[in-house]
Design a binder for this molecule. Sequence first.
Ligand code: ZN
Length: 71
Amino acid sequence: MTAHPAELDAEARTAAVVRLFAEVVTAHERNALTRLALRAGLMWRCHRCRADYYPTTAACTCGAPRPDGLA
Ligand SMILES: [Zn+2]
């Protein structure tokens, strides 16, 4: 499998946020980290479903694509 550089970048950012989520204990911490990750471009949210995704996820389950600039 040949990875596009942008995909590697998304993978690196996803790995970083996954490591952060491994450190959270409470629901409050998880909500706070999600909010920060969304703001920092480490995650993206489908505005139709309010569902949150990692940068490596190219589209929401509803079919809405990942926003430009996050890949
Ligand atoms: Zn959606």
